[in-house]
Design a protein around this ligand. Structure first.
Ligand code: FE2
Length: 528
């Protein structure tokens, strides 16, 4: 879609009708009800308020940002849009009232992409806050806030971000996201399980539709339901996001073109294509991430000056089948069933692995960040310290693929590598040993696993500090819900485990349960 860039004088493009000034100071939280009071008066009569899914921004560059929305006047019934393209105006400004507009333009929202809107703004100033808004007819979207990345190589004193994962809508409300939106951050990272494809499987909320989703319309409705949550909208409107996925954006535990249930194999490539398209439709992603059939290039890098280089991984699309885990203990080699040690098995694919090692080798950043889905460091799951058991569908299930990365980190002395991980629904700090045979050896990297936003619901809480005989490289475990806030300086990485006491209300408070630090040049975490 072609977009029109027009420099604009300082007059607020969309503010002439007086809407924004009457909305008060909390523009990020303009309610949908206020919008719903006004109606369309133009030729583009859509019926109802089209910005029900909120706005978002993402993938910051020093001079650019992606702005997102999707028109859906009837979000839970497939969108409710006409079958024609619709023109959407956008503007980006230096102030929350949209008075000092620096650029504006128009794009077409097309039915083929669910009337999603992706604008790649260019020509912005590095490390600046901006505000943005969309307009269709006379209808205005909420105003979102975003921030560009610093100049490439710029010396930065500090960077602050948070990461989240696993926001099962049925399992709970989003107090973690409500509190996250109040944080002072440069950006946030989502590590996957943005939606769940299943039926509700529990309280307090019900999935729409309340069955496993397969069709294009059903995936759109499911995303629209999640996006209708006001706390999810607020956290997207608060700062830019760097998005990646895990399995539930398509189907639980899928691997490449292999579905979890072999009975679903015949239609799985088609299902994956649908799920990838609808993911793209709902995320602030660039044209480089437009899907092509069942493929979507999601692994990419995002630079933050000389302080952090984020290598965004995709460990779902290219992975080989899960190895059989049911072999006899006597067959196991160093804890693995023989098939698990097949060197051709991969979780990232050979192309992505080469891309990752190239990027790590070339990086001049103080911190290399692997924005990763599933747990990376080894986990001996056998309770008997004398017997090891590895496998499963995490990186542990692909040990020789992982080993190429670990060897690279060890040989290059890249101790500044920190893996941030989702999937697990638990907070977990792990030193990353040089291989799965020497869990107590000097670590080569550090892993911070973040708990779920809501997935799993309220549960009995376990919080433990330190490792154990099986897994001496573990530093911390906890199963509250929440998010992980990271503060980076050239010398120190601090991770604050921010937790909420319940997900049965959207308004629970947040507190820091524990903090861990990594010192520059020394892999491994210590309690702060
Ligand atoms: Fe999950």
């Amino acid at each position: 879609m072609e977009m029109l860039h027009k420099p604009s004088p300082s007059l607020g493009l969309f503010s002439r009708r007086g809407f924004l000034t009457s909305a008060g100071a909390t523009l990020l939280h303009v309610t949908l009800m206020e919008h719903a009071l006004s109606r369309f008066a133009s030729a583009q009569r859509l019926g109802d308020y089209p910005f029900t899914l909120g706005v978002a921004s993402g993938d910051p560059l020093p001079h650019g940002i992606v702005l997102w929305t999707r028109l859906a006047p009837d979000p839970l019934a497939g969108g409710g849009m006409p079958t024609q393209p619709v023109t959407v105006e956008w503007a980006i400004a230096r102030d929350a009232r949209m008075q000092r507009v620096v650029q504006h333009g128009a794009v077409l929202a097309v039915p083929e992409l669910g009337h999603a809107v992706h604008v790649e703004v260019e020509g912005l100033q590095p490390a600046h806050w901006y505000w943005y808004q969309f307009k269709v007819g006379n209808e205005l979207s909420p105003v979102g806030r975003t921030r560009t990345a610093p100049r490439y190589g710029a010396a930065l004193d500090r960077l602050r971000f948070a990461f989240v994962s696993c926001q099962h809508y049925g399992n709970g409300y989003y107090p973690a996201l409500r509190r996250l939106a109040e944080e002072d951050l440069d950006f946030a990272v989502h590590l996957g399980d943005y939606i769940y494809e299943s039926a509700s499987n529990g309280a307090p909320r019900t999935h729409i539709p309340d069955h496993e989703i397969f069709s294009l319309e059903d995936y759109r409705i499911r995303y629209a339901q999640y996006k209708s949550d006001p706390d999810l909208q607020a956290v997207h409107a608060a700062f830019p996001w760097i998005m990646t996925w895990d399995d539930h954006e398509v189907e639980n535990d899928y691997a490449g073109f292999l579905p979890q249930d072999p009975a679903d194999q015949a239609l799985f490539a088609e299902r994956r294509a649908i799920a990838y398209q609808v993911y793209y439709e709902h995320m602030p992603l660039r044209r480089a991430q437009v899907p092509s059939g069942p493929s979507l290039q999601l692994y990419r890098r995002v630079h933050f000056g000389n302080l952090a280089l984020i290598h965004v991984l995709d460990t779902r699309q290219y992975r080989s089948a899960r190895a059989p885990a049911n072999c006899d203990l006597t067959e196991r080699v160093n804890g693995y069933c023989p098939d698990g040690l097949d060197p051709s098995r991969t979780i990232e694919g050979t192309a992505q692995r080469q891309w990752l090692l190239d990027g790590l080798g070339r990086s001049k950043a103080s911190w290399n960040v692997l924005a990763n889905q599933v747990p990376f460091a080894p986990n001996d799951t056998n309770a008997d310290p004398a017997i090891r058991t590895f496998g499963g569908e995490k990186w542990d299930g692909y040990p020789l693929d992982r080993q190429q990365g670990l060897d690279f980190l060890a040989v290059r002395h890249l101790a500044n590598t920190v893996v941030i991980t989702g999937d697990n629904h638990n907070n977990w700090v792990r030193d990353v040993p040089p291989d799965y045979l020497r869990l107590d050896a000097e670590p080569v990297a550090t892993e911070f696993i973040g708990t779920s936003v809501s997935s799993g619901g309220d549960r009995n809480i376990t919080t433990t500090f330190g490792g154990n005989e099986n897994n001496p490289h573990f530093r911390f475990f906890d199963n509250h819900h929440g998010y992980v806030r990271c503060t980076l300086t050239p010398e120190l990485w601090q991770a604050d485990f921010r937790t909420v006491p319940t997900v049965l209300t959207p308004d629970a408070p947040v507190s820091t349960l524990a903090s861990f630090v990594v010192e520059q040049g020394h892999a491994g975490a210590q309690e702060a």
